[in-house]
Design a protein. Structure first.
Length: 375
């Protein structure tokens, strides 16, 4: 019996040692930047906030855009977009936005539906296509319930993902398969349940409504009119021109290891947007201008009876409400929030998983600083 226990213990020790060695070998040492990172910014205090975040939270690179009173007050990037080649992260570096993509899917949907006199209270099937007997249960969900994650729809469970195909699926094919998997299941208005499938389905219905690819609709309705010329929803991954890499802290060592992002659906209305920090500053300008900006009709269409925007998350920071969205996926973290009453909008991107809530800490620091800064 003792011999058996010794063998088991030796086996466990061997695998633990192997794991520790593997994690060390395939990770990058803690990044130590010089005291001052060379930047093109004229605001050294904000540079210092970002500089401190890099070392404190083990972030390879971070980029920030701040808009105040309709003007871009800060636009800068510090650190690396790739630790292997030490490529610098820049404000025009292509970045993955994960769930921040939902904001722009909502804006595109609102722009198209407002022009067609389709209301958010309308049932999605009745608004877009003739409901079919096969898919009637999903067709009868209201548009607003998909936007607010109150449709009753859920994403695949962990066990379902383990046994599902690892291949990336086209959006239209994914939707048809999703309908078939749901079968005759009845969907009723439910309490909030966050699920990417809500927005992926919205993208599918938007494509069917216009009889045009989803990514083209968003580009023509939102990106090009608002000057976001380097932004698009990806249709293939990986894109060869992208050197950006996502990272996460290692389990044991204070080092960084790569995270490989994978898309199950492309284009992905819920999380497949590729943009730049500079383009996101333009989006913030239009959001803050509201009735004077490019998103005027879309924002009015998305506005609920409580004044909040469908498809946007809501935060209370200080004495103001902030609307926007968090994004986080496989080594990439981002957020975009703005407050009309504070007249400030902030976008933050980092190529690292956010395990310590550094996005909120940075957001709070930036809001505090720019709220107090003179005009």
């Amino acid at each position: 019996m003792k011999k058996k226990l010794k063998l088991i213990s030796a086996f466990i020790v061997f695998w633990v040692a192997l794991f520790i060695g593997w994690e060390w070998w395939y990770s990058y040492p803690k990044i130590r930047f010089e005291t001052i990172v060379k930047t093109s910014s004229n605001d050294s205090q904000v540079d210092s906030i970002l500089q401190n975040a890099l070392s404190t939270y083990l972030i390879p690179g971070v980029s920030v855009a701040v808009v105040k009173q309709g003007n871009v007050k800060y636009l800068n990037a510090i650190g690396y977009q790739n630790l292997e080649f030490k490529d610098s992260l820049k404000v025009d570096s292509p970045i993955l936005l994960a769930s921040v993509s939902k904001i722009f899917t909502a804006l595109a949907l609102a722009e198209v539906f407002s022009n067609k006199n389709i209301a958010s209270q309308d049932k999605i099937g009745n608004a877009v296509m003739k409901p079919t007997a096969q898919y009637n249960s999903i067709d009868q969900i209201r548009v607003k319930d998909l936007l607010s994650h109150q449709s009753g729809i859920k994403d695949q469970s962990i066990s379902q993902r383990l046994f599902s195909s690892s291949k990336t699926t086209n959006l239209n094919t994914w939707a048809v398969d999703y309908f078939q998997d749901m079968g005759p299941k009845k969907f009723k208005n439910s309490k909030f349940h966050y699920a990417d499938a809500n927005f992926d389905l919205l993208g599918y219905y938007l494509s069917k409504s216009e009889n045009h690819p989803f990514d083209s609709i968003v580009r023509n309705e939102i990106f090009i009119p608002s000057g976001m010329v380097n932004t698009h929803f990806i249709t293939e991954w990986p894109e060869e021109s992208i050197t950006l890499t996502g990272y996460q802290p290692t389990f044991i060592w204070k080092r960084m290891e790569t995270r490989r992002i994978k898309f199950h659906v492309l284009p992905s209305p819920s999380s497949g947007m590729l943009s730049t920090t500079k383009d996101m500053s333009m989006a913030l300008v239009h959001l803050l201008r509201e009735d004077m900006g490019r998103y005027q009709h879309a924002l009015e269409w998305l506005k609920n009876s409580d004044g909040h925007l469908a498809g946007f998350q809501v935060l209370t920071i200080g004495n103001h409400e902030w609307q926007g969205h968090f994004g986080g996926q496989a080594g990439y973290s981002s957020l975009m929030f703005y407050s009309k009453t504070a007249d400030i909008g902030v976008f933050i991107f980092a190529n690292s998983t956010d395990e310590v809530d550094f996005r909120m800490k940075l957001l709070t620091q930036l809001i505090t600083y720019f709220s107090q800064k003179s005009k």
